[in-house]
Design a protein around this ligand. Structure first.
Ligand SMILES: Nc1nc2c(ncn2[C@@H]2O[C@H](COP(=O)(O)OP(=O)(O)OP(=O)(O)O)[C@@H](O)[C@H]2O)c(=O)[nH]1
Ligand SMILES: [Mg+2]
Length: 219
């Protein structure tokens, strides 16, 4: 649920990237961090093992513009995909305003996708969040893999009835499109009206990326 800071009028929304182990959740946030101008984002915090596995979560705060007099911030989180990290997944999903489910298009990951989706739904319900009550967006990642699972099959397997994003997070393809969409869905629900495209940092970054005027930023 959106956190509204009364003193500053700031509104924070929590977006959680879920999905099977090694599906590309962290890669999504790393790309956003690299490409977004530091004025629009904070530092990324990751807790990893030596093998780059997320053992706790990744966290990346990004800023938006003022909406209806409120300073809007999005807090992006990833859950750790490993089966044994379920308790952490449940904690990270507490208070989620939206979920991006990063499915793995690798043909050998069919079962892992289904298992992760069921786990994600259960974790939300244990936090008293109905998956239908929040924006729940599907990103089919790793489309660059030879023999990638056809999108229609992923739709059926994961019972996806809405639009999904075909992405390659490793190259950044559709990473900002996914983020842009999910933040718009949140804001639509919040303000009751569609946000003007010009004022939205994710949209701005995506525009710059497509015209190749953005340069990678570190920090
Ligand atoms: N080929 C390909 N590889 C990718 C893509 N996205 C991510 N990867 C690779 O997949 C591996 C796992 O990516 P991560 O982002 O760490 O996956 P994760 O979902 O955060 O994994 P956990 O934290 O263990 O749950 C890494 O080696 C990435 O480079 C993609 O679009 N295509
Ligand atoms: Mg990770």
């Amino acid at each position: 649920m959106a956190l509204i800071r009364k003193e500053s009028g700031e509104v924070q929304f929590k977006v959680v990237y879920c999905g099977p182990p090694r599906g590309g959740k962290t890669t999504n946030l790393q790309y956003i961090h690299r490409r977004l101008d530091p004025r629009w984002r904070g530092d990324m915090i990751s807790v990893e093992t030596e093998q780059n596995r997320t053992i706790s979560f990744d966290f990346l705060p990004i800023n938006s513009t003022k909406i209806a007099g409120h300073e809007v911030k999005f807090q992006l989180y990833t859950v750790p995909g490993q089966r044994v990290m379920r308790e952490t997944r449940r904690s990270v999903l507490a208070g989620a305003d939206a979920v991006v489910f990063v499915a793995d298009s690798d043909p050998v990951r069919r079962e892992a996708n289904v298992e992760a989706l069921e786990d994600c739904f259960q974790c939300l319900e244990e936090n008293r969040i109905s998956p239908k009550s929040i924006p729940f967006i599907f990103q089919f990642n790793k489309r660059d893999i030879p023999g990638a699972i056809p999108p229609q099959e992923l739709d059926e397997m994961l019972k996806v009835s809405k639009a999904s994003f075909l992405a390659s997070a490793a190259s950044g393809y559709q990473v900002f499109a996914t983020l842009d969409y999910v933040t718009r869905m949140i804001l639509k629900g919040f303000s009751g009206e569609t946000v003007r495209r010009e004022g939205h940092p994710a949209a701005l970054a995506a525009k710059r990326t497509s015209s190749e005027r953005i340069t990678a930023t570190q920090g």
